[in-house]
Design a protein around this ligand. Structure first.
Ligand code: GLA
Length: 367
């Protein structure tokens, strides 16, 4: 039998006290601006999302997500390696947790991603003897994977990054020389979209890539998208990852890219936004002796101005821009702390390491 002071009873008392305190705040007629989240400032423009892992679904990070955002993207949980580790085994726990959290809190979900050359499971490109599989086998595996994952979340995930980063890093080449390309030729791209569309005809299907504003890469991405559109492949939108920096893109490059892709009749989203305080580098390298990672006031100011410009442009294109998603919640944890230089702290987001809004946040919401 529980005594009056049982933990459950104490918990309920605290809950009631909390609700009363909360209702006082809600009753006050002047709701402080600090209570307004990005999603509220941008409600007449586009949803504002964030990439999350299962570790963010509780505590103060979860509270920040609920207050600020109305869309989430699983950072890793739906990539093929994590979600489909063996041919006949899926690992749903983390992806399911994110989708349940989103449903419980009225957040949209962008699925990420169905086909990529990284974070692929070991079994995917090989047969039981360890030899490369045939094109027919690989396409069948892709089809099974896409059908299983997309159907599981049908009606709960409104958009999918179907193909991620298929354009080569070498400006002289067109498609990336991945195992997908080596085994299937360029057909894997159209097939992925067709399988996804068959599995959920309502889902908005994206091609997603980085450096999509650099003029030479922009034109290669455009060429791929135009081929797909002309061939009536069900691609509906393009994801500009938005792993940007203080140096790029310029306003003119950003506008030119959005207009170029939109001219194909495609919608556009910024799917992985962060603004690095360091120039872009592709290759991983060690931290150099004496390399500073100080977040100086001058860097913070430049970053604030970059964010101000980016969101001004986003607002101008609200007719084609259907979402902006940040890649991670706050500067407490960002993938850019480990890439491209492990151990070099970055500060690329709108919330600082204490989850407090930065100057850049003010620049984004004051318009
Ligand atoms: C790419 C991928 C993302 C993520 C980032 C780095 O942009 O699309 O899923 O892996 O790299 O975190």
């Amino acid at each position: 039998m529980r005594t009056l002071n049982s933990p459950a009873r104490r918990g309920r008392r605290l809950l009631v006290a909390g609700l009363l305190a909360g209702s006082t705040t809600l009753l006050s007629s002047q709701r402080p601006a600090a209570d307004k989240g990005l999603k509220d400032y941008y409600k007449d423009y586009f949803p504002v999302g964030v990439a999350v892992g299962p570790q963010s679904l509780q505590g103060e990070e979860a509270a920040l997500i609920k207050a600020q955002f109305n869309s989430v993207t699983p950072e890793n949980a739906m990539k093929m390696g994590p979600i489909h580790p063996e041919e006949n085994r899926y690992f749903w726990r983390d992806a399911d947790a994110i989708v349940s959290f989103a449903q419980a809190n009225q957040l949209r979900v962008r699925g990420h991603n169905l086909l990529w050359h990284e974070q692929t499971p070991k079994w995917l490109f090989k047969d039981a003897a360890g030899k490369p599989v045939s094109k027919a086998v690989l396409l069948q595996r892709l089809k099974d994977h896409i059908e299983t994952v997309v159907k599981r979340y049908k009606g709960k995930i409104y958009a999918w990054d179907v193909v991620n980063e298929a354009i080569s890093d070498n400006p002289q080449e067109f498609l990336r020389n991945s195992e997908w390309l080596q085994i299937c030729g360029d057909e894997f791209i159209a097939k992925a979209f067709e399988y996804a569309h068959a599995a959920d005809p309502q889902a908005v299907l994206f091609y997603n890539d980085y450096n999509t504003e650099r003029p030479e890469k922009r034109e290669r991405v455009y060429r791929l998208l135009k081929q797909l559109v002309d061939a009536k492949v069900p691609v509906h939108a393009v994801g500009l990852q938005g792993h940007w920096s203080l140096q790029e893109p310029t306003e003119q490059e950003l506008r030119a890219a959005i207009e170029r892709y939109a001219s194909l009749g495609l919608k556009v989203q910024v799917t992985e936004l962060d603004v690095s305080i360091y120039p872009w580098e592709k290759e991983r390298r060690a931290k150099r002796a004496g390399e500073s990672d100080a977040y100086t006031p001058a860097l913070e100011q430049q970053q604030t101005e970059q964010y101000r410009m980016f969101f001004r442009v986003f607002r101008d294109y609200k007719n084609v821009l259907t979402g902006v998603t940040f890649w991670n919640v706050s500067d407490r944890y960002t993938w850019l702390d480990t890439y491209p230089v492990a151990g070099r702290k970055n500060h690329p987001l709108l919330f600082d390491q204490n989850l407090k809004p930065k100057k850049a946040f003010q620049a984004v919401v004051n318009f």
